[in-house]
Write a protein that binds this ligand. Structure first.
Ligand SMILES: *[C@@H]1O[C@H](CO)[C@@H](O)[C@H](O)[C@H]1NC(C)=O
Ligand SMILES: *[C@@H]1O[C@H](CO)[C@@H](O)[C@H](O)[C@H]1NC(C)=O
Ligand SMILES: *[C@@H]1O[C@H](CO)[C@@H](O)[C@H](O)[C@H]1NC(C)=O
Ligand SMILES: *[C@@H]1O[C@H](CO)[C@@H](O)[C@H](O)[C@H]1NC(C)=O
Ligand SMILES: *[C@@H]1O[C@H](CO)[C@@H](O)[C@H](O)[C@H]1NC(C)=O
Ligand SMILES: *[C@@H]1O[C@H](CO)[C@@H](O)[C@H](O)[C@H]1NC(C)=O
Ligand SMILES: *[C@@H]1O[C@H](CO)[C@@H](O)[C@H](O)[C@H]1NC(C)=O
Ligand SMILES: *[C@@H]1O[C@H](CO)[C@@H](O)[C@H](O)[C@H]1NC(C)=O
Ligand SMILES: *[C@@H]1O[C@H](CO)[C@@H](O)[C@H](O)[C@H]1NC(C)=O
Ligand SMILES: *[C@@H]1O[C@H](CO)[C@@H](O)[C@H](O)[C@H]1NC(C)=O
Length: 505
């Protein structure tokens, strides 16, 4: 017996060592991004979306289309943007070289580099949601890429297509995972394309559905990244790798499935993952607490660069599904409740993210602002305003005529804007909100119209009237996830049952 175990151990270490061609270990810094679905009855204006992104220090977003107003609002913000070819445009683009070139010209070239577009996701879960379009998927990828090459943008902008994790069969144990073979005629050229263009394998991972559909086989803690005692971790009997969460197991399943087709150097990017915060009576685990645990743990896991058991230290950039709750999504209650924020920009829950660094600042409920004190002497306000916009180094251009914060044109309003900007420049140090006694800290957001105060998370300003056209939020396919897309196969289930029985019984 001891000899057998030793042989297994050796086999496992040889298998691990043979990953020498895994070339991208240092090439990418993993980040957390956020998906922006627009199925809201009261979709915030693009300027408000961007104000929220800035306040939350979200530096990476994925759009489900290439909405012009949104791309204009994201210009010169430093936010990196993934745009998408919606599924209903895929056929046209995959059938016509020139349609693809037009799409790139209108939706990418026209905005770059002011808007930092870094990736194009072509279609959404095409193989599983619109399988009849699968035949044009490769051409769509190639045509879009050729158009980027023609504009000399192929180095900066990657092209790929997000897949549902249900294309991976037998995903546990990960070492036995493979792609549903009926898709090989698409999958192999797709992987060739991704490899030759240095792009990503884009995957949507929903442990919520894996957990729900497992009928109790997958423990909730394992889905939520909660610490498991070592003897409860899932062990891949082939590699002896220990899995402590569904997310890592699914990412490694993707790596193994690619390796079965001899592709070993395409990095995985997770284009959607999340957990609903509310459900109906049949969805008791769609809860605030679980959504908070999942997303908080996911963010920490990605930013900590823990990597996966197969590729330790190689963290997988991940886009959280999603920024807003989408109240007009059809389906069960959980469908409408994947968001981190409501339409007002108020957080649905405060993530447990001490020390998470830059992304998703956790203090949105305690927003503070510095404004002119009621009844303050206008002369003193004017002097303080002059100081702030001069020696205080506040950029006061937005207060000049025709700019967003010009109206109302009075010293009280203008001083408030300058004070608040200064206060935030000083890191909300309470001593920076004094101005000889004419300023005071408040928790009421003074933003109005298109005049967004520093520190605002983008409440509904309602008067916003910028030159950008309004956002078209009614397209039914604007969000990518399909209700039925998180499926596990029966084979997967059987193996999970076997593994878990072996571990727990
Ligand atoms: C796309 O069109 C260009 C000319 O517009 C042509 O040179 C190129 O071969 C076409 N590509 C494909 C794949 O048809
Ligand atoms: C886009 O973001 C990347 C990553 O931060 C950066 O390297 C690049 O210079 C940016 N491009 C533009 C046009 O701002
Ligand atoms: C594999 O894909 C085919 C084509 O979509 C589908 O009919 C079949 O059910 C899939 N197999 C499994 C095991 O999911
Ligand atoms: C992968 O490579 C091996 C060895 O070169 C070869 O035997 C096998 O057929 C290849 N598999 C595929 C799916 O191309
Ligand atoms: C982050 O990674 C370090 C080592 O790389 C590890 O010790 C620590 O437990 C990790 N933290 C979390 C929250 O995963
Ligand atoms: C927010 O994060 C800080 C540390 O960054 C932490 O001290 C504080 O408790 C957090 N607040 C909440 C409500 O989670
Ligand atoms: C907001 O501030 C109050 C008072 O300082 C504190 O009790 C509360 O926990 C804070 N809430 C958050 C979410 O940080
Ligand atoms: C946003 O502003 C519009 C226009 O005033 C208003 O109709 C809508 O109810 C507001 N939405 C919210 C959530 O306050
Ligand atoms: C918004 O702009 C339109 C036309 O540009 C104008 O008629 C309307 O009065 C503006 N609304 C506000 C609230 O400024
Ligand atoms: C918004 O929709 C209208 C009609 O529904 C269309 O004419 C317009 O071009 C769309 N705007 C954008 C930016 O897509």
């Amino acid at each position: 017996m001891a000899v057998l175990i030793l042989v297994l151990l050796l086999a496992a270490s040889v298998a691990a060592a043979s990953d020498g061609d895994f070339l991208f270990s240092d090439a990418f810094d993993a980040y957390i991004g956020v998906n922006i679905g627009t199925d809201l009855s009261d979709m915030p204006h693009p300027t408000q979306v961007v104000a929220l992104l800035k306040a939350q220090q979200i530096r990476h977003v994925r759009l489900y289309n290439a909405d012009r107003a949104m791309l204009l609002a994201l210009a010169n913000t430093g936010i990196q943007v993934m745009v998408s070819v919606p599924n209903d445009q895929l056929l046209g683009i995959g059938q016509s070289n020139s349609t693809a070139a037009n799409w790139v010209s209108h939706n990418v070239v026209a905005h770059y580099p002011a808007t930092n577009i870094t990736a194009i996701s072509v279609g959404s879960e095409v193989l599983t949601s619109i399988p009849n379009a699968a035949t044009v998927l490769i051409n769509a990828l190639k045509f879009i890429h050729s158009a980027l090459v023609a504009s000399n943008l192929d180095g900066q902008i990657k092209v790929s297509t997000p897949l549902s994790s249900s294309v991976i069969l037998d995903s546990f144990p990960p070492s036995q995972a493979f792609f549903n073979r009926s898709w090989n005629p698409v999958m192999v050229p797709m992987l060739n394309f991704l490899q030759s263009t240095g792009s990503f394998f884009m995957l949507n991972i929903y442990p919520y559905y894996d957990y729900m559909e497992s009928n109790g086989v997958i423990p909730l803690d394992y889905a939520l990244f909660k610490p498991l005692p070592p003897n409860k971790e899932a062990v891949d009997a082939n590699t002896l790798l220990h899995y402590s969460n569904v997310f890592d197991a699914m990412v490694d399943a993707a790596y193994f499935a690619m390796a079965f087709l001899n592709f070993t150097n395409i990095p995985v990017m997770v284009t959607e993952s999340g957990w609903p915060s509310k459900g109906d009576s049949t969805e008791p685990d769609a809860s605030l607490e679980n959504a908070n645990a999942y997303n908080s743990n996911l963010i920490r896991h990605v930013l900590n660069k823990t990597g996966t058991p197969k590729h330790p230290g190689i963290a997988v950039s991940t886009y959280i599904y999603e920024l807003y709750n989408e109240d007009t999504k059809p389906g069960p209650i959980s469908e409408k409740n994947w968001g981190l924020f409501d339409a007002n920009g108020s957080p649905i829950y405060i993530l447990h993210l001490t020390g998470s660094g830059m992304v998703l600042a956790n203090d949105t409920t305690n927003q503070t602002f510095c404004t002119a004190r009621d009844g303050a002497d206008p002369k003193m306000l004017q002097a303080a305003l002059d100081w702030a916009c001069g020696p205080g180094k506040v950029d006061c251009t937005t207060l000049s005529q025709g700019q967003a914060c010009y109206e109302p044109d009075n010293v009280f309003a203008h001083a408030s804007y300058a004070f608040d900007t200064y206060y935030h420049q000083m890191g909300k140090d309470s001593e920076s909100c004094d101005f000889n006694g004419v300023a005071a800290i408040t928790t009421t957001d003074p933003s109005h119209g298109s005049c967004i105060f520093p520190g605002s998370v983008g409440k509904n300003g309602s008067l916003v009237n910028i030159t950008a056209p309004s956002m078209n939020s009614t397209s039914s396919n604007s969000s990518g996830r399909n209700i039925c897309s998180g499926g596990l196969t029966s084979v997967f289930m059987i193996i999970v049952v076997l593994i878990w029985s072996a571990l727990f019984l």
